[in-house]
Design a protein around this ligand. Sequence first.
Ligand SMILES: Nc1ncnc2c1ncn2[C@@H]1O[C@H](COP(=O)(O)OP(=O)(O)OP(=O)(O)O)[C@@H](O)[C@H]1O
Ligand SMILES: [Mg+2]
Length: 288
Amino acid sequence: MSSDNIEKAYSKENRELCLSGKGVTKVFGFGNRKTLAVDNVDFEFYTGDLISIVGESGSGKTTLIKMLLGLTSVTDGKIFFMGKERDIRTRQKKKEYWKGIQAIFQDPFSSYNIFNKIDSVLLDCIHMRGGRRLKKKEKIEMMREACSFVNLKFDEMTNKYPFELSGGQMQRLMIARIFLLRPKILLADEPTSMIDACSRATILDMLLKLRDEIGMMIIFITHDMGLAYYVSDTVYIMEKGKFVEYGSADEVVLNPKAEYTKQLLNDVPKIHDPWEFSRNRREVTAPD
Ligand SMILES: Nc1ncnc2c1ncn2[C@@H]1O[C@H](COP(=O)(O)OP(=O)(O)OP(=O)(O)O)[C@@H](O)[C@H]1O
Ligand SMILES: [Mg+2]
């Protein structure tokens, strides 16, 4: 997408509501073993936006993502996809829904069927997009292009199983799938937390490039406020199942209103300050 087109796509008048929710709630368990994981949240996510949801462990981020994807049932509330109330009551409707919304999870090893070789993982994506009747040569060309987008060599991938790849390579394969599937929405649940810093930067860059190329909306889940500020247009802060604050990344990070947001920001290391490490790690202090 050219920078003009990007500006147009992100301008308020042109923004298309692609995913929204009203009173979305998830309760696990019953009686005194009940957990209110997501508590009556409302949200409006627009095409082309990169939204981060930030919150500490157990705040309900993954549960919300799983509800959005249709992997976990919604206890209460409604989810709207492309302006209409979502209907995923049958297997067929769910499959149709997943053409528009896809996810990458924290642990890439859990995302693949271990019996499927890499080429069949990619081939499935082509078939899902209606390419079953394409010639073998065309399919291989598409898979080659997807691999090259994520800097993987297709010829080295064929006949391998996903578990024969490194964590970083697996996450890149996940992105190659997204490249082929071209969903409207990508849910990325801490996709970089299990890989080293160098691969992390590459994965993030690839996601941003993909967003610009296909105008996809990304919901990025993270604990890391610094990362959220760096990558997102909009930031939602989640505490104990609720959104306590949301707004543009600048508004939320530079002018936080909720106490919880301020607390999360205090936990971000200040990279430009010199650090003094005392013997007790809890007493690490940055000089004024
Ligand atoms: N299948 C489940 N059954 C019962 N409780 C669950 C289930 N899944 C999540 N929970 C509970 O729901 C709450 C929210 O969990 P969730 O995994 O959504 O948090 P999270 O924000 O993704 O945390 P993290 O940052 O550690 O991944 C937690 O209290 C968790 O114990
Ligand atoms: Mg989680």
